[in-house]
Design a binder for this molecule. Structure first.
Ligand SMILES: Cc1cc2nc3c(=O)[nH]c(=O)nc-3n(C[C@H](O)[C@H](O)[C@H](O)COP(=O)(O)OP(=O)(O)OC[C@H]3O[C@@H](n4cnc5c(N)ncnc54)[C@H](O)[C@@H]3O)c2cc1C
Length: 267
């Protein structure tokens, strides 16, 4: 780890002002990704600015047909929140399956989205539910937020403040865990929303994506049978020591069917 300075921000305003003055500084939320990155000397910020407990970034509220979750909310809080369980049970279930208890007690939704790991779980929910990522500068629709491998629409110095999830008619998530890390080898989030059916896939490709063929098929018939023989182009999927792309394509199909089975109460 390189030497760096630690700054504990007292407010969101102080944090944003500090990173504006110090462009080589990095925000520190749960530290579950940033600290290992620093330990491996893959990043060399001048400062880490701790935003973990800022009140402006905390909290969960269901209001006006939306579920609003502060960026600094930890996975464990989402997993155990009665408000989340009532509004979008698939989201609390997803949070409960992230990593292990240590990760869930430190990691935050904002950190996970800013990092946009291609195998992370929250991006599937945010894209699948057509959520909005609200930052210190603007509101970004999920369809515009995720931009591929570890890439997002966030600009330098832009901080995620909260995520607004419109309430779906129903939604489910199914994930095939990597046995060592717990990350998704493939995870599929299916939602029936006011705007139609959305199917978001994580873990299988270089970034979260919508499986539009499945969306069209499920819009016609919301059933497992609709997914039979449906094309999923494997050529852009990940091909690595953990699984080849054809296996991952098949996993996506299986996870989609499992998500549907959850919705029909069969799993
Ligand atoms: C062993 C292990 C297993 C894991 N398993 C899973 C898993 O199964 N599924 C899964 O989804 N994830 C998994 N994770 C990742 C975990 O969910 C982390 O929460 C997440 O990657 C980063 O969140 P964090 O709050 O710790 O962010 P940090 O590590 O503090 O920050 C990550 C990045 O986001 C930036 N950042 C943080 N907050 C904000 C903000 N509000 N606005 C803008 N930028 C911000 C930071 O500057 C940094 O660049 C795992 C991690 C570990 C270590």
């Amino acid at each position: 780890m390189y030497a760096l300075n630690y700054v504990k921000a007292k407010s969101l305003r102080e944090a944003t002002a500090f990173i504006a003055r110090n462009p080589e500084a990095k925000l520190l939320a749960g530290g579950m990704t940033l600290i290992p990155t620093l330990k491996q000397r893959l990043a060399r910020p001048t400062h880490v600015v701790d935003i973990a407990n800022l009140p402006e970034l905390r909290g969960i509220a269901a209001k006006g047909g939306k579920l609003v979750i502060g960026a600094g909310t930890r996975h464990h809080e989402v997993a155990t929140s009665a408000a989340v369980r009532k509004a979008i049970p698939a989201l609390s279930g997803l949070a409960a399956e992230i990593g292990d208890p240590q990760v869930r007690n430190r990691g935050t939704i904002g950190g996970s989205l800013a990092n946009n790991d291609p195998a992370a779980d929250y991006p599937a929910a945010v894209l699948g539910l057509a959520a909005t990522v609200v930052t210190t500068q603007r509101s970004i629709a999920a369809d515009d937020f995720f931009q591929g491998l570890f890439a997002t629409a966030l600009e330098e110095g832009e901080v995620i403040v909260r995520v607004e999830f419109p309430l779906p008619k129903r939604a489910a998530y199914s994930k095939f865990h990597h046995p060592a890390s717990g990350y998704a080898m493939a995870g599929v989030f299916i939602a029936q929303t006011a705007g139609g059916v959305r199917v978001a896939v994580t873990g299988a490709g270089p970034g979260v994506f919508r499986w539009t063929a499945a969306e069209a098929a499920l819009a016609k018939s919301f059933s497992s049978a609709a997914l039979e023989g449906l094309p999923l182009d494997a050529s852009g999927l990940n091909n690595d020591i953990h699984a080849d792309r054809e296996y991952r394509a098949n996993l996506v199909r299986v996870m989609a069917k499992r998500a549907l089975a959850k919705l029909s109460g069969r799993k």
